[in-house]
Write a protein that binds this ligand. Structure first.
Ligand SMILES: [Zn+2]
Ligand SMILES: [Zn+2]
Length: 346
């Protein structure tokens, strides 16, 4: 099969590799679309993967090609998306179904071969069927949609009438904004430093999308000086972390979602304000997945797509054939052009 193989940090090649074979309890999935995650760029060009050579790509959907021995819940031809975290099932986190906290997890696309390829093998229990009416492009965005939903759930969700401020209007920030709208937020403000991202947020109906440098002033004017109920840091930048904290009202919630890109120094005044206002800080990590229940982040994300609560297709800025993906990933790294969600099509 054709695949993008990472041989070393920055050494990404489009080449032929043997098609993987599904073992017992595993399924071979023909990849239809695999999204490029914000984390893939540093993974490929800076940090590297857990081992080399490795095929990246963890946000994907496709069609079941072949089932290994004992597989019962899916059959060839089924449209599926895949939870990319392979949990051990033998640690205290797994015992409670908190797979994202598993102590011995494996991961498609960072620790074992993922979906920047024509085929990928995954355990049957990691597969979800894609509902009718949801395209495979949309289904390939289930992972980031679930991560965005999880972030708001960590803050106890959004109550109708609340104001939500989102710092960073990339794909994840825009998905958080859509979930906040679904949950009934009365005001949703998005901030970014990239004009195209601000414009895209406005096209999606988020009229309060602004350049970050005015964030505190705008939140103050939207909330009669009180601050936002929920602030989501979705950029991983020190300045936006401080802004998210500064914009939270008394008793407000701040969610740390973006992957940190540098050290942040908290000014004494802000530190003191966080205390006086009794602001709640929430870390969020990955998403919650369940095999046998349907109220987890993944099933909820797919249901939201099927019901039309989430509009994910406008987030797709590029659909790229696998053969051209090396070029696109380099362009993303170098910031050449505007990229929102990029889908690779094997
Ligand atoms: Zn991701
Ligand atoms: Zn575990």
């Amino acid at each position: 099969m054709n695949a993008l193989v990472l041989h070393a940090v920055g050494d990404l090649r489009y080449e032929q590799v043997p098609t993987p074979q599904p073992g017992a309890g595993e399924v071979l999935v023909r990849v239809a679309y695999c999204g490029v995650c914000g984390s893939d760029i540093p993974r490929i060009f800076v940090k590297g993967t857990y081992r080399f050579p490795l095929i990246c790509g963890h946000e994907f959907a496709g069609v079941v090609e072949r089932c290994g021995e004992g597989v019962q819940r899916v059959s060839p031809g089924d449209r599926v998306t895949v939870f990319p975290l392979l949990w051990c099932g033998r640690c205290s986190a797994c015992e409670r179904g908190r797979y994202a906290q598993c102590e011995h997890y494996d991961y498609l696309g960072s620790r074992r071969d993922g979906a920047f390829a024509e085929y990928v093998v995954a355990p049957e229990r990691n597969l979800l069927k894609v509902p009718d009416g949801v395209s495979l492009q949309e289904a390939a965005m289930t992972e980031p949609a679930a991560v965005a939903y999880h972030a708001l759930r960590r803050a106890g969700g959004v109550a109708p009438g609340e104001t939500v401020a989102i710092f960073g209007a990339g794909p994840i920030g825009l998905m958080v904004a859509q979930w906040a709208r679904v949950m009934g937020a009365s005001q949703i403000a998005l901030f970014d430093v990239v004009d195209e991202k601000i414009a895209l947020a406005q096209r999606l109906g988020f009229t309060h999308a602004y350049h970050s440098h005015r964030a505190e002033e705008i939140i103050a004017s939207l909330t009669q000086g009180k601050g936002a109920h929920v602030c989501v840091e979705a950029a991983g930048v020190p300045q936006t972390l401080l802004q998210a904290c500064a914009c939270a009202r008394s008793g407000g919630r701040v969610v740390l979602l973006g992957n940190p890109a540098g050290d942040a120094t908290v000014p004494t005044g802000l530190w003191s304000q966080l205390m006086r206002r009794e602001v709640n800080l929430f870390g969020t990590w990955n998403s919650e997945y369940a095999v046998y229940s349907e109220d987890d982040d993944w099933h909820t994300a797919l249901r939201a797509m099927a019901e039309g609560w989430l509009q994910l297709m406008p987030l797709v800025s590029h659909q790229v054939p696998l053969s051209e993906a090396v070029h696109t990933l380099h362009a993303m790294r170098e910031g050449k052009g505007f990229f929102c969600k990029v889908l690779i099509q094997p």
